[in-house]
Design a protein around this ligand. Sequence first.
Ligand SMILES: Nc1ncnc2c1ncn2[C@@H]1O[C@H](COP(=O)(O)OP(=O)(O)OP(=O)(O)O)[C@@H](O)[C@H]1O
Length: 712
Amino acid sequence: MGGRKRKPLARSGVFDPEDAKRIKHTRIGVWDMYEERQSDIRIPGSSRLETYGQMIQGLPYVWRMLKDICSIRRCWMLMSLYFLVEVAASLIPAVSLWYSGQLLHLVETAVEKRTVDKDVLLQVAAGRVACTVAERLLQYSRSRIALPLNMAIKQFYSAHIFNAMARLDVPTFEDPAIQRQLESAWSTSWKSSVAWETIEVTSNVIMTIIRVLSQVSVLIGVLRDQQDGTLLAVLSFSQSLFQWFSVRRSNFKSMVWAATTKNDDYVRMQGLKHLVDNPSHRKEVVAGNIGEHVTKLYREAAGRVGDEAGDFPEMRRAYVVKDRLTFMSILREPMRELPQIVFTLRAVQYPASIPISLASLTLINHTANSFSSSLFHLFGESFSLAEQFASVRKLYEISNIPNRIVDGETPFPENQQGLRNGISVEFRNVSFQYPGTEKYALHNVSFKIGAGQLCVIVGVNGSGKSTILKLISRIYDPTEGTILIDDRDIKTFKLADLRRAMSLLFQDYTYFPLSIKENIALGNPDLAMDEDKIREAARLGGALEFVDKLPEGFDTYLDRPVRDYYSSLPEGTTTLFGRQVDYSRVRGVGGMRSTDASTLSGGQMQRLAVSRTFMRSLISETESSVGLLLFDEPSAALDPTAEHDLFERLRALRGNKTMIFSSHRFGNLTRHADLILYMDDSEVQEEGTHDGLLKKGGEYARIWGLQAQAFL
Ligand SMILES: Nc1ncnc2c1ncn2[C@@H]1O[C@H](COP(=O)(O)OP(=O)(O)OP(=O)(O)O)[C@@H](O)[C@H]1O
């Protein structure tokens, strides 16, 4: 069948494998497959209705897409050319059919008059040849136009999707439904372009209709006066309809399915395979001397599973092939022969008409074949068309996804100078649950940090320290209660202003897949081009020394996002294009990495993250537009000297700005703190200064005692 592979149409509702009425269960090897039964629960024609519904819903978006594409000058010209070529190409079969009709006419005259008009014969022959040449030329032009058009459209939409994704906040981005929506718009468009595919499919449908209509009208014209013409036409077309019907039935089975395996041995076998083929486990495998033991485990598991241990796609393919023999498919081939059989019987009846009927039969068969393939095409494409239209809708809808964190209207701060004296932060009865969880990460928390104060939040793992910092920066909003910034509800301020005025170093900081220079520079996009500032930030963060020692220095990519490709390199090749060849990806075409993130130590990575923070806020007190500095365990991976130096530099550069640390360690920092919040079980259990809390003799004092003792 022509056309593209069908993608499932997204439907509402839920898929419940336990629902035996709607779901069919099949065992395939070690797998349990659950398929949605289609025929018995569907109103006849409903899927078609759904398809048309989807198409109509998508139409305004497709129109917008066409307008967007045509607004790119180059695309407009290429598109017009593309459609011209397509229309010309779809008319060729009809023209060639017309020539065949002329040929038939010649034969007819020849039979009657026993002479052939040579000029007409030559003309017809030349016409037929011209048709095939034109077909080839048009095919070539189509591919030449399609490539640049596709690339231009893809480029345009990749920027559109990029922007749609870049603007989303954390709770929105983490929502599984949004993830799914993004993925369906993003993944397909990354590989090929939704917009381009839509143009292709739409034009395919239009062209198929033009092709069928033009061919049928030529055929009617040619066969109008032929004896048996109608009978042969009906037979040929009905067999192609039959074919279409039988294949359609077997091909379009349920697209809604899920599969799982409950075979523990099979699962263990896969785990063991990863254990031995993944380089990251090798150290442990060797040091633990477990090679022989895991081989034994693997053999035992494999023995129990037997030959059924195929992965799902492989087993399913085998299953689908087994299932293909249907009654319709057996009848399909004999049906093909039907016109010939009828024709032979007619020839026996009327021997005088043989040459004419023979020619008409060929003509009709030819058209019927092309008609039947067009029909297949049209059917497949009309489904694709609905899917494509739905994809275009999704493509545009992602730029309208509302963010969960609602923007405020008041500019912040009222005066830029005020920022230098810090920002005050107050929590009033704040409770918070992470989306989709029942447990409170913070429960009824209240405290006030004055402008310019240094606050340290301490407490055990999971007590809610990081969550406080995330709420202050409005990564999330509280479930209950209010947060005040400079005595006003945080929600009233413009988000962009608020985030510009704060700097947050996360505990689980990540590396952008960009160069070290950009990793630091993105701390402050306004200074991104200032190399001196970047070096200074790296120095303050304690990263300058080791970055300078890297072969590519600040231009080093920690994890190069684009791989180089190679194939069958001679064994002695260890470096290529100045980079190490990564033989861990030996299958097929391989990739190469440059300095990998894993070649830096945890402490070095943390120094880079701290450098980004310095870039953002602490390069110089006067230039900074930040009034609140939030640090979540900034020194967890640093050695004691580095930690000491870091805190010294932070304290020296912060001036009067408010600074909030979350930390496990009681020491350097807590002693200087204006306010210590001791957290336990999602609540602030104790608050005060170091001396005050020691005097109180509560949990803080007890843990301080424990840590101090360790050094005695
Ligand atoms: N993204 C999340 N989704 C769901 N629950 C979360 C998420 N992040 C944290 N939690 C939960 O919220 C609670 C508080 O976590 P939080 O990270 O604030 O603790 P913490 O005091 O900073 O811990 P640590 O000292 O280990 O960094 C924990 O129970 C944690 O499991």
